[in-house]
Every structure is written in C-alpha cells, then in structure tokens.
Ligand binder design. Structure first.
Ligand code: GBH
Length: 490
C-alpha cells in the first residue's frame, strides 16, 4: 500500500539518490601539469589526425583541474545527492606504477572530495574512465594479463588515500568501449584494430582487474569504511526486428554486448554467458584455431570474479533492433569479432534524435533493460551511472528536459510495476565536455561551458533548473513555482 501511494504521485522513494557525472580526461585539461604522466588519450589526440570530429583535444577541456571549485559550486546549485567523477591514473601514477606517486595529484582529488562533502554532496569515484598511462599501454595495456595487478596497486593507492571519505566506488567505466572501441574497432584510444584476439583478451583482463580491486576493498577496507563497489557497464537494449524469427538473435546480441561484462559478475554460475562461449568456440575452431579466441576462466577465476558487484552500475543511452544480415551486408561493428553472427543493428522506428544519430533516443529501452537485467541476474540493486542527451549549445534545452523526464518515468515505472530496485540516477553530464571522438560538437551538459572563453565559464541550461526541481521535490511532479515558465509536455 505504501509503495502504491508513493508511486501514484510520481514520487521517488525517499532514499533514491540523484547525481550527475563527468570524467577526468573529458573535463580536466592540464594534461601535462603538476607532474601528470601521459595517458593513451593524450597520445591518441596528439599523434593521430582525422580521428576527432573537430580535430580538437582535451588539453584544456573545461579546465576542471583548475576550476574544480566551480564544478563543486554548480553541483551544489543543483542540490545533487552525489557527483560522479573519475580520477586520472596517469595523474596519480605518472608511469602507471606505485614507485612513482604524484603528491600534487593526491592532494588535488583529496581537495575535490573534501569540498563536495562540505556541500553535502557524496563523491562517487570512477577509478578508470579510459585514460591509461601510456607506459602501461607500451606493455600491452588491457591485453596484458598483468594489468589486473597494476590496476590493483592503483586501486590500493586510491583506497589508502580516499576510502575514509569515498563510500561508492566504480572500478571501470564501460569495459565494452575499452575493449571493443579501443582494440577491435580501433576508433578510441589506443586505436588498435585487432579483431580476433585483443578485444577478448581485454574482456577477460578488465574483469580480472575489476575483481582484484573489489577483493582488495573487501579484504582491507570494507570492515572499516563499509563502502560499496562495482563497475559501470554500457548497456544497449536490443529488440528483435521480426517475431519470432529474431528473438534468439536479440538474446545473443544482448549476451554479446551486455552479458560478456555482466554474466561473470552477476550470474549464479559465473564465467562467460554459455551461448557466447559456445559460439566463440565454434567460430574459432572453424577459423583454424585450436581453442576459443575467448580466453577461458579457470574455476578459481570464475569464483574470484563472481559476486564482485555490490550493485549493478549501468550506463544507458540507446536501443537497436536486430535482424540477420542480407546478402552482401556487413554486420555491425560489435559483431566484427564474430562475423558469423551476420547480424545487423538498426535504429528502431520510434527513436527520436538529438545531435547524435548513434545515440538515438529511446527511453523505453531503459525500462526494458532494467526489467531484463532483473530477470537475468535476479533481484539486485541498480544504480544508473549514466544517461544523457546529446544536444546543441542552446541554453533553452527543452528537449533535454523531456529526455530526463521520459527516462525517469521509465525508471519509476519498472520500480512500481516490477519491483526493480533502482537506488539512484546519474545524469551525464554535469557540464559540456570533450566528447572523445566527437570533440566539442555535441553537448551533454546540464551546464553549458564556453570553450572559446579562456575562463571556461559554466552557465546553467534550463535542464539544470528542471533537474534541480526534480531533486528538490524528489518527484517528477515538480511544482509550477519551482520550474517557473519551463514548458514541460506530459
Ligand atoms: C558514454 O559512453 C561515456 O561513458 C561518456 O564518457 C561519454 O561522454 C558519453 O557516452 C557520451 O558520448 O562514434 O560511432 O564510434 C556511451 C557509449 C560508446 C557511445 C561509443 C558512443 C561511439 C560511437 N558510447 N560510442 S562512434
């Protein structure tokens, strides 16, 4: 009865938390200041031409390394419950290793954490959002299994310094981007296009690294600080185009995109999704390999990884529909490593668009994904770690308000009708930032940043005012006074 009353009024449960996110390389700038080492993104943008849409880079970005007080101020203005930001590994450990720790960097993030806490904003820290120290890349990066140890020692430095104040940790952001965009497609740093083995070696190593950090926390810090730790997985919802023909293909697609990074952690049995394991073995043997290109887990490794998520962190942006490829069609990129699937992923007809076709807007996919994940992995807690609208520079971003509202409605709906346990929502992004290969062309910020002004002023968009009202009332029924004259459609 209680739940019914709460949801009927479009209220969120009282303990539901709202946040906004950013990542180090996308906002900090100061790429070579105060002892910071070079990261793979520094190297990528400085040495390649024709890969970043506007030939820009993150050398200065939103200058948050210097303007972080401004970031804390706007987070406070929004009344955020938490701010999700990432720490630059290369800033803390310029060569990637623990023998060389940069004290200026340690102090920098410590100051940010303290300032957030002073404003009553919980710091949610991502340990790795794609900016690997180049020295580690020179040693093979995420394809070298030793990275699990390197990552563990980085994690230890972070825990030692910040675990007293940081209670929510995300080890790794979007492993699929690290492995499949970084090593398979090769469009993201380090820009390696090796479609057979590298993405799958990376897949296993990323999970081992995550699990090492998780186990370290449990062993040494959990009793004392009682924090929670997980990763942030990019989830793509996939519809079958034609029923019942494409149902199985849609499941396989989701196992490939979502399951390869979730099943080892959240399933009862651990390890790879069985369907993927089977397909990868068959492809590999047919290709003349003597074993699967997907590296196996030992039983011990399976158990080591299984259960290493205190909640499921998910980044949801978009949805596709899947169908078999027709004669002469080349399967979508994510299946390049296993072309035999011969599947195509198309944008569904009910999608709408901001400034990015790739991130076509399909709010229902968030609800469908949450429901699917609960059915697949059981009654676990979900934290939406990213969800954001690619827009333009305009300040009157009614479309972004609509986006936030529609996605939050989906969240409320699955909480209400299917009892899915969602503990919080993170809007991507707090402010406009360097959007990787998109450069500065599309904007996600609740706050606009003027990248032509050396002072990089932050200015609230209408969506910032709307989001602050949602947070303030803990509800989608925001009051008229709060939103003033923001026109919000039903
Ligand atoms: C998020 O990834 C990231 O976590 C965040 O850092 C980023 O700012 C945000 O997206 C918005 O872009 O250009 O065809 O190669 C979401 C998943 C995967 C979506 C890579 C964009 C690039 C497609 N992203 N993808 S393409």
């Amino acid at each position: 009865v209680f739940l019914k009353v709460v949801y009927a009024t479009h209220d969120f449960p009282p303990q539901f938390k709202f946040g906004a996110a950013s990542s180090a390389y996308q906002i900090e700038g100061a790429w070579n200041e105060d002892g910071k080492g070079e990261s793979i993104w520094d190297r990528y943008v400085h040495t390649r031409t024709g890969v970043i849409a506007d030939e820009s880079n993150g050398d200065v970005a939103a200058d948050s390394y210097h303007l972080w007080r401004e970031d804390v101020r706007i987070a406070a203005e929004l009344k955020l419950d938490f701010y999700r930001f990432s720490i630059s590994w290369a800033r803390i450990m310029p060569t990637g290793f623990e023998n060389n720790i940069n004290q200026a960097a340690l102090k920098h993030y410590s100051d940010v954490i303290d300032a957030l806490l002073e404003h009553g904003i919980e710091p949610v820290v991502t340990m790795y959002h794609w900016d690997l120290p180049v020295k580690l890349q020179d040693l093979g990066g995420w394809t070298n299994e030793l990275i699990a140890y390197w990552f563990e020692s980085y994690a230890e430095v972070l825990f030692l310094n910040y675990a007293d104040r940081v209670k929510t940790w995300l080890t790794i952001n979007e492993p699929i981007v690290i492995c499949d965009f970084g090593y398979n497609l090769g469009t993201y740093a380090p820009g390696i296009r090796e479609q057979q083995l590298a993405p799958y070696l990376c897949n296993k190593n990323v999970l081992m690294a995550h699990a090492k950090a998780y186990r370290l926390y449990q062993r040494e810090y959990k009793d004392k600080y009682n924090g929670q730790i997980s990763w942030a997985n990019n989830v793509l919802w996939i519809d079958p185009l034609e029923l019942p023909r494409d149902v199985e293909l849609a499941t396989l697609g989701k196992e490939h995109m979502v399951g390869r990074y979730s099943h080892p952690i959240f399933s009862q049995e651990g390890g790879w999704p069985p369907s993927i394991e089977k397909h990868m073995l068959n492809y590999s043997l047919a290709e003349g390999y003597s074993a699967s290109r997907l590296p196996p887990f030992t039983q011990q490794e399976k158990e080591f990884i299984r259960g290493t998520g205190d909640f499921y962190g998910l980044n949801y942006y978009t949805t596709r529909q899947i169908r078999p490829a027709e004669e002469g069609e080349k399967g979508f990129w994510f299946l390049d490593g296993s072309p035999e699937l011969g599947a195509m992923l198309d944008i569904p007809p009910d999608a709408t668009y901001g400034s990015s076709e790739m991130l076509a807007v399909v709010p229902r996919g968030l609800g469908q994904m949450l429901s699917y994940l609960k059915k697949t992995y059981g009654d676990i807690r979900f934290l939406i770690t990213e969800n954001g609208y690619p827009g333009w520079e305009d300040i009157n971003d009614i479309d972004r308000i609509q986006y936030i509202k529609e996605h939050l409605e989906e969240v409320l709906q699955v909480m209400k009708t299917e009892n899915v346990s969602v503990i919080g929502y993170t809007y991507w992004s707090l402010m406009d930032s360097f959007e990787w290969i998109g450069g500065y062309q599309s904007t996600f910020g609740l706050y606009d940043v003027d990248f032509n002004d050396p002072k990089r002023p932050r200015r609230p968009r209408l969506s910032a005012k709307y989001y602050a009202c949602v947070i303030d009332t803990n509800s989608l029924n925001v009051s008229q006074e709060c939103t003033d004259n923001i026109p919000i459609a039903d």
